[in-house]
Ligand binder design. Structure first.
Ligand code: SAH
Length: 397
C-alpha cells in the first residue's frame, strides 16, 4: 500500500475526528512533514499515534480534509467506489430520468468527498475543486467519473476551478474541458423544463440546482397569480411559475446578462410568451418603486449576504430590509417565497430577521413551509456546516 506522510495532532485534538467531523484545523497539529506539498494525501494520527483518518493537506485554517476514517489508499478504486455510491444515491432519489438530466452528483462533505463538486447537465459533468487535494487528484477523479457513469451518457467533462481554489502561484489552473468539448448542446432538462446552462461564464457551475424542489413547490401555487421573481438569475422560478399557470411573471435581476439568459429560457420553453416580462434593476430600488398590491406572489432569492461570520450582523439587516419591502408591497392573500443561502446564517437567525420585517410591516403573516436544500445536496450529519440553504413560504394577509 502507498505510504502517506503523517500528521500528528496535539493531545486532546482527536475528539472531533472521532466524531467523524472531516476537518482538521491548523491549530490542532503538533507535527507535520517539514515540506508539505499543497494537496498531498496524509495520514492523521492522534498524539499517542492512533490512526484517525486519511485526507488532503492544505495550507490554511482547515489544514486537512478527511476523505476516509479507514486506513486505506485514496486511489482510483477509492474514487470509483465513492462516485458509484454518489450515483446510486441519486438513482434512489429518482433524479436521473429522461425528463430530469440536471442534478448534483457530488456535494463535497455531504458525499464524504470534501472539496469536490460535480454537477450533471445532460451529457456534461462540471467539476469544481474547492481544495488543492481535489485539484491534485483530478485525473483520478475524471477517470473514476467515466467508469461510474453508464457509457454514452457522459460526453463532456468541464473543469471549473476559477474562484474556488486558493490563489497561489503553484495552483492557478484554468477552466477547461478535460474531455469532449466539441458539439456541446448546453441545454439540459429539470422536471421536464429546458434550461440553457452556461458553465463557461455563469455563476457557480452555471445553474442553481439547489432550488429545484422549491421551484416545484412554487409551481403548485402559481396558478392565476401575478408573480414577481426577484434575483431571477437564469429564470428558474419564472419558468416554473409560467408552467404552473401564473397570470403574469416579472423577472428582475441587477445583471442584464442574467435577464437575457432568463428571457432565453422562457423562450426555450414557451416561445413568445406574453405573460412574461423582465427588467434589469437593483432589487431594493425596484421594490421601493413597486405599487402596493400589484404582485400576489414574490420570490426573494438573493446572493449570500454574509460570506463569513464577521458579516452576519449586516447581512441580517439586509435580509430584514429586503423582506420588509416585499411584505409591505405584496397583495393581501399573497405568498412570499423568501430565501437565504448564507452558510454562516442559521435557519433561526433568518426566521428572526423575517419576523422583525413582518412586525414592522404590521401585516398578519403565517409560515406555510420551511424550505431547505434538496437531497442531492445532502448534509453529512457529522458536518453541520454543510447546511446552507433555508427558506420560508409566508402567507400575508
Ligand atoms: N433565484 C436564482 C438564483 C439567484 S442568484 C435561481 O433560482 O437560479 C443571485 C442573483 O442575484 C444573481 O443573478 C445576481 O446577479 C443577482 N443580484 C445580486 N445583487 C442584486 C441586487 N442588488 N438586485 C438585484 N439582483 C441582484
Amino acid at each position: 500500500m502507498k505510504s502517506y506522510r503523517e500528521i500528528r495532532l496535539r493531545p486532546g485534538k482527536e475528539a472531533s475526528l472521532q466524531r467523524y467531523h472531516p476537518w482538521v484545523f491548523s491549530g490542532a497539529i503538533a507535527r507535520r512533514p517539514e515540506d508539505p506539498v499543497e494537496g498531498e494525501t496524509v495520514r492523521v494520527l492522534s498524539s499517542d499515534g492512533t490512526f484517525l483518518g486519511v485526507g488532503h493537506f492544505q495550507t490554511g485554517s482547515i489544514a486537512v480534509r478527511i476523505l476516509s476514517f479507514h486506513d486505506e489508499p485514496v486511489d482510483a478504486a477509492f474514487y470509483e467506489r465513492s462516485l458509484t455510491g454518489a450515483r446510486k444515491m441519486r438513482q434512489t432519489l429518482n433524479l436521473i430520468r429522461p425528463d430530469n438530466t440536471i442534478f448534483r452528483l457530488v456535494h463535497g462533505e455531504g458525499d464524504f468527498l470534501p472539496g469536490l463538486i460535480v454537477d450533471m447537465y445532460g451529457d456534461t459533468a462540471v467539476i469544481q475543486a474547492h481544495s488543492a487535494g481535489i485539484h491534485r487528484d483530478l485525473a483520478l477523479i475524471t477517470e473514476a467519473l467515466k467508469q461510474t457513469l453508464p457509457s454514452g451518457t457522459l460526453k463532456h467533462i468541464f473543469y471549473k476551478p476559477e474562484g474556488t481554489l486558493p490563489c497561489r502561484a503553484d495552483i492557478l489552473p484554468d477552466n477547461c474541458y478535460l474531455s469532449g468539448g466539441d458539439g456541446v448542446s448546453g441545454i439540459a432538462v429539470e422536471n421536464g423544463l429546458n434550461f440553457r446552462i452556461d458553465w463557461l461564464k455563469g455563476q457557480k457551475t452555471g445553474f442553481f440546482i439547489d432550488q429545484r424542489e422549491n421551484r416545484a413547490l412554487l409551481e403548485r401555487y402559481a396558478r392565476g397569480r401575478r408573480v414577481l421573481n426577484m434575483f431571477c438569475y437564469t429564470g428558474g422560478f419564472s419558468v416554473y411559475a409560467l408552467r404552473g399557470g401564473a397570470a403574469g411573471v416579472e423577472s428582475v435581476d441587477s445583471s442584464s446578462k442574467a435577464i437575457s439568459v432568463t428571457d432565453g429560457n422562457v423562450a426555450l420553453n414557451f416561445g413568445d410568451e406574453p405573460r412574461h416580462s423582465s427588467c434589469s434593476e437593483d432589487a431594493f430600488k425596484f421594490l421601493k418603486q413597486l405599487a402596493g398590491g400589484e404582485k400576489e406572489l414574490i420570490i426573494l432569492d438573493p446572493p449570500a449576504f454574509a460570506k463569513h461570520r464577521g458579516a452576519v450582523g449586516n447581512a441580517l439587516q439586509g435580509y430584514k430590509k429586503l423582506n420588509h419591502l416585499a411584505l409591505e408591497k405584496i397583495a393581501p392573500g399573497g405568498l412570499l417565497f423568501t430565501f437565504s443561502c448564507s452558510q454562516v446564517i442559521t435557519a433561526e437567525q433568518f426566521r428572526l430577521a423575517v419576523f422583525s420585517a413582518a412586525a414592522i410591516s404590521g401585516r398578519k403573516v403565517r409560515i406555510l413551509h420551511r424550505l431547505a436544500q434538496p437531497a442531492d445536496h445532502p448534509v453529512n450529519i457529522y458536518h453541520p456546516e454543510g447546511e446552507y440553504l433555508k427558506g420560508l413560504v409566508l402567507r400575508v394577509e
